[in-house]
Ligand binder design. Structure first.
Ligand code: ADP
Ligand code: MG
Length: 298
C-alpha cells in the first residue's frame, strides 16, 4: 500500500508544482529549460516601464561554452514593431529568453526604457512584457479560465473584448458549451493556430507595454494564419512589439526587420530596403514565395 501511495503522492506534488508554475505562464520557459537561478539584487528596482522601448546593446551570449549570439545590437522604439528572422538555430528564441532574463547576457546589455534589465526585479520585468510563446500550453480547465490567466482579475467584459481582438469569437461561438468548454489534455484539442490565439488573448488581457511573439513553426492553414495576423495587428496597436517570424508574410509591415544568421545580425531594414539590398532576407523571401507557388499549384 505504501509503495503505491508514495509515487501517487509524488505525482500529485509534481502536478501542483506545474500548475503553480503555470500561474505565471511565462515561467513555462523555465520549466522546459534548465537554467541557473537568476536572483534579484538587493538594490533591484520595482520599476514600471511606461513606453516600453527596448534596446539590445552589443549582446553576446553562450550556452556553456558554445557561443550563440555575438555582438547583437538593435532597438525597438516605443510603439514600434520589430521582427527578427533567420534560419532555425540562428538564436531568435534565445534573444527572447535573454529579454525575459532566463539567462543573463555574457557581454553587453538589454535595456527597457533605458534601464538595464539586470537592475530590475524579475517581477517588474515580467509585468512589463507579455509573451506569446512558440508552443502554448493549455491546462485542463475551461477555455475562459485559460484566457483569463493573462490577468485573473479581469472582468467578463474585458475577457470578451480580448476574445474579440484575438479573433476567437467565431471559434468559441461554434462550440456547444461556448467559453465553458473544457480544453487541454483531457478536453477539446485546439489546433496550433487556435492555441496561439488563446495566447494572444491572454497577452491582450495582461496589458503590458511590450509584446513578444514567437511564431509557431508548425504549418497553419491560411485562414488561421490570417486570423493570427489580424489579431497581432490589433495587439500591436499601442504596444512595443518584438516578433520572431518564420513566415515572412507575417512581418512585411514591420518597422524594422533584423536578420540573424548564426547568432549575428547580417542585415537590418524594412521589407522594401531589404529586398532591394538583395541579401539573405531577399533570398529567404524568394524561397518562401517559390514554396508557396509550388504548394498552390500542386
Ligand atoms: P532559433 O529560435 O533561432 O531557432 P534558438 O535561439 O532556439 O534558435 O537556438 C540557438 C542555438 O542554441 C541552437 O543551436 C540551439 O540548439 C542552442 N540552444 C538553445 N537552447 C539551448 C539550451 N538551453 N542549452 C544549450 N543550447 C541551446
Ligand atoms: Mg525559436
Amino acid at each position: 500500500m505504501m509503495q503505491l501511495f508514495l509515487p501517487l503522492n509524488f505525482l500529485g506534488f509534481v502536478y501542483r508544482e506545474i500548475r503553480g508554475a503555470l500561474a505565471n505562464i511565462e515561467r513555462m520557459f523555465s520549466l522546459l529549460d534548465k537554467h541557473p537561478m537568476i536572483v534579484d539584487s538587493p538594490q533591484a528596482l520595482d520599476f514600471q516601464p511606461s513606453k516600453g522601448e527596448l534596446s539590445f546593446e552589443q549582446v553576446s551570449f553562450s550556452y556553456d561554452e558554445r557561443p550563440i549570439l555575438r555582438d547583437v545590437s538593435f532597438k525597438v522604439a516605443a510603439g514600434k514593431k520589430v521582427a527578427v528572422v533567420g534560419d532555425s538555430g540562428a538564436g531568435k528564441s534565445t534573444l527572447i529568453k535573454l529579454l525575459f532574463r532566463f539567462y543573463d547576457v555574457d557581454q553587453g546589455a538589454i535595456k527597457i526604457d533605458g534601464q538595464d534589465i539586470r537592475h530590475l526585479t524579475q517581477d517588474a520585468l515580467r509585468r512589463a512584457i507579455a509573451i506569446v510563446p512558440q508552443d502554448t500550453v493549455l491546462f485542463n480547465d475551461s477555455l475562459v479560465e485559460n484566457i483569463r490567466y493573462g490577468r485573473p482579475s479581469a472582468s467578463d467584459e474585458e475577457v470578451r473584448n480580448a476574445i474579440k481582438l484575438a479573433h476567437l469569437e467565431q471559434f468559441i461561438d461554434s462550440l456547444a458549451q461556448g467559453w465553458d468548454t473544457k480544453v487541454g489534455e483531457r478536453g477539446l484539442k485546439l489546433s496550433g493556430g487556435e492555441k496561439q490565439r488563446v495566447a494572444i488573448a491572454r497577452a491582450i488581457l495582461k496589458g503590458s507595454p511590450v509584446l513578444v511573439f514567437d511564431e509557431a513553426t508548425s504549418s497553419l492553414d491560411s485562414r488561421s494564419e490570417q486570423a493570427i495576423l489580424s489579431a497581432l495587428r490589433e495587439v500591436a496597436k499601442g504596444h512595443t512589439s518584438l516578433v520572431v517570424a518564420h513566415r515572412l508574410s507575417t512581418i512585411v509591415d514591420a518597422d524594422q526587420i533584423v536578420v540573424l544568421s548564426q547568432g549575428e545580425i547580417v542585415e537590418q531594414g524594412n521589407h522594401q530596403t531589404l529586398l532591394l539590398a538583395n541579401g539573405l532576407y531577399a533570398k529567404l523571401w524568394r524561397i518562401q514565395n517559390e514554396q508557396q507557388h509550388a504548394h498552390l499549384s500542386s
